[in-house]
Write a new protein. Structure first.
Length: 259
């Protein structure tokens, strides 16, 4: 047990924990979107169950690491079409492709529903989602993100104990902040649309990865961060504009009537 707390292992643990948190951002955003469809009282429980399942899936995959590694073996190959070379498709690739398509479809549906609700003037009451259906969707996407996370961990660290410790710490950190992120997304409709748009982008990236086209996630995370900063600045400007208009309206007084 003492060999677990050597200098190199501690550095590996901290690095992998930070990476797991970054990789988990996608999971937290999707969780915030889904749980936002539930009644207020059910959201904390759904977030806890969702992230708990994510932790369980990651630890289970780490303990079955030999099975995970077999998922990288090709199951079949795509035909060569229009000069595009044949591409081997593994079990991991299939999961990434199906998960990416699920993300694209789900996020597009949510944006469409949001626009339809806006066109109705927001007058129609939105029916709360079914708790069980939300949990099932969380399980599906947990599997996709967990697989990506575990394969990244295996590529960085050799000791399974360090991988499991990093996953547990990262999930606990996400549990602490998931509620605040969810509340922030629900309070600001433009942020919600932005989050859904990036989930579509992440879905496209997963499909591309499934077909062997590597996409540097750093570019995507930078684009997400930059867009979020721009939107936060816009929100502050809108808030100040409303305050200024309110101040001008409040200070205006009718002048004396001229004879």
């Amino acid at each position: 047990m003492e060999d677990l707390f050597t200098g190199p292992n501690v550095i590996a643990l901290l690095t992998l924990t930070a990476l797991e948190i970054v990789l988990g951002i996608d999971n937290v955003i999707f969780l915030a979107i889904l749980t936002g469809k539930l009644p207020e009282k059910d959201r904390p429980r759904a977030r806890f169950i969702g992230l708990g399942l994510a932790m369980g899936a990651r630890i289970g995959l780490l303990l079955g690491i030999s099975w995970v590694m077999r998922l990288t073996a090709d199951l079949f190959s795509t035909p060569a079409i229009l000069g595009v070379e044949s591409q081997g498709i593994s079990g991991k690739d299939l999961i990434l492709i199906l998960g990416g398509l699920f993300l694209i479809g789900k996020s597009t549906h949510e944006i469409h529903a949001k626009l339809e609700h806006a066109e109705d003037g927001g007058g129609a009451a939105v029916k709360p989602a079914n708790f069980v259906s939300i949990i099932i969707q969380i399980i599906i996407i947990d599997l996709v993100f967990s697989l990506d996370s575990v394969i990244t961990a295996v590529g960085m660290v050799k000791d399974v104990r360090i991988m499991i410790a990093a996953v547990i710490v990262a999930i606990i950190v996400m549990m602490v902040f998931a509620g605040r992120i969810g509340a922030f997304v629900e309070r600001h409709p433009t942020i919600k649309i932005l989050a859904l748009s990036f989930l579509i982008l992440i879905g496209v990236m997963l499909v591309a990865e499934g077909f062997g086209q590597h996409v540097n996630k750093g570019y995507i995370y930078f684009a997400m961060a930059f867009s979020l900063v721009v939107e936060v600045v816009n929100m502050r400007l809108r808030k100040k504009s409303v305050a200024m208009v309110g101040g001008i309206t409040g200070n205006s007084r009718p002048g004396p009537l001229e004879p």
